[in-house]
Unconditional design. Structure first.
Length: 315
């Protein structure tokens, strides 16, 4: 997996590929795990495609809230597709290799999508804040142009963060230690198997993780604090319930996504030392993306009605 070359009068090793160790399983467990992961991946893609098509085909859902939801579904299709197909194949395959370039590519896209989702969830929280706290100015503030600019900002933040992180991680040396105790190329395992000084890469990663997690999180928290105070001022209980119902699905998704990723990426090298890290990773790469569309469908009456209407019209 590596070749030797001479530099500064000493032999060093440059890794050509990594071996993803994945999950240790028996022959019987392999088939069960393969089936479960394949089903989860197909369901996630189908659920998100269903939401995208429902939003596109229903005029009642042509609102900023559902514009953001459609973009979230689009993002999550790519988010799971970067990780899960390789993960599913590796469960049954004896050859679990991934090239150095392939590993860096997977890491780049994964970090891009994760960081984009952090900012997108914050934009969705801001949208709910304007809708509930400033309802008369909502159409003016959340115009189609502003929504498009917010989506562009989300992707720009994700791409910029990923590019900076990768520029430091790709410079690290991996001296023949080519086994990654994970099922995909993540920042944590790469920092831990590097034989060069990774302190600068860790510092840059920590600062960027802090910015891309805490700034959106503060936006979400501030938005919901204002929403809470506004809703509590509504005189009727029916009005309060209606206002809360428009936020409940988004808030549930935020809690799931942030809780499963926050501690992992706040201090990646430390988190990797725990065996439970792989199980936590399964939550935000497989389980949460699978649950998100269901949460929006089950907790949002407009989406449920639009889906029923779509299938009724087709029949």
């Amino acid at each position: 997996s590596s070749f030797l070359y001479r530099m500064a009068g000493r032999n060093e090793t440059k890794v050509m590929y990594f071996i993803l160790l994945g999950f240790p399983t028996t022959a019987e467990q392999q088939l069960l795990l393969f089936s479960a992961l394949l089903l989860a991946y197909l369901l996630t893609v189908l659920e998100n495609l269903l939401i995208i098509l429902t939003i596109r085909n229903n005029h009642s859902l042509q609102k900023p809230m559902y514009f953001f939801l459609g973009n979230l579904s689009f993002l999550e299709i790519w988010y799971v597709s970067v990780i899960e197909p390789k993960m599913i194949v590796d469960v049954l395959s004896h050859d679990k290799r991934i090239s150095f370039q392939g590993c860096m590519t997977q890491l780049h896209f994964f970090v891009t999508f994760v960081c984009t989702e952090y900012v997108l969830l914050a934009a969705m929280a801001y949208d709910r804040f304007v809708a509930i706290c400033k309802p008369l100015r909502y159409p003016l503030i959340m115009s189609h142009r502003v929504c498009a600019q917010l989506i562009a900002l989300c992707w720009m933040c994700g791409l910029a963060t990923s590019s900076i992180k990768l520029s430091f991680i790709a410079r690290l040396s991996f001296c023949g230690v080519d086994k990654i105790n994970h099922y995909f190329c993540d920042i944590s395992p790469l920092l831990n198997i590097s034989c060069s000084d990774s302190s600068l890469a860790e510092l840059v990663d920590f600062i960027l993780a802090l910015l891309v997690i805490m700034v959106p999180l503060c936006t979400v928290v501030a938005s919901y604090i204002f929403i809470l105070f506004t809703v509590l001022k509504i005189p009727s209980s029916q009005g309060r319930q209606k206002a809360f119902s428009t936020c409940s699905s988004h808030l549930t998704v935020v809690v799931l996504f942030y809780s499963t990723t926050l501690f992992t990426y706040a201090h990646p090298k430390l988190m990797y030392t725990y065996r439970a890290n792989k199980l936590v990773s399964v939550l935000y790469t497989v389980v949460v993306p699978l649950l998100n569309p269901l949460i929006y469908c089950l907790r949002n009456k407009e989406v449920r009605f639009a889906i029923r209407k779509t299938f009724t019209c087709k029949r």
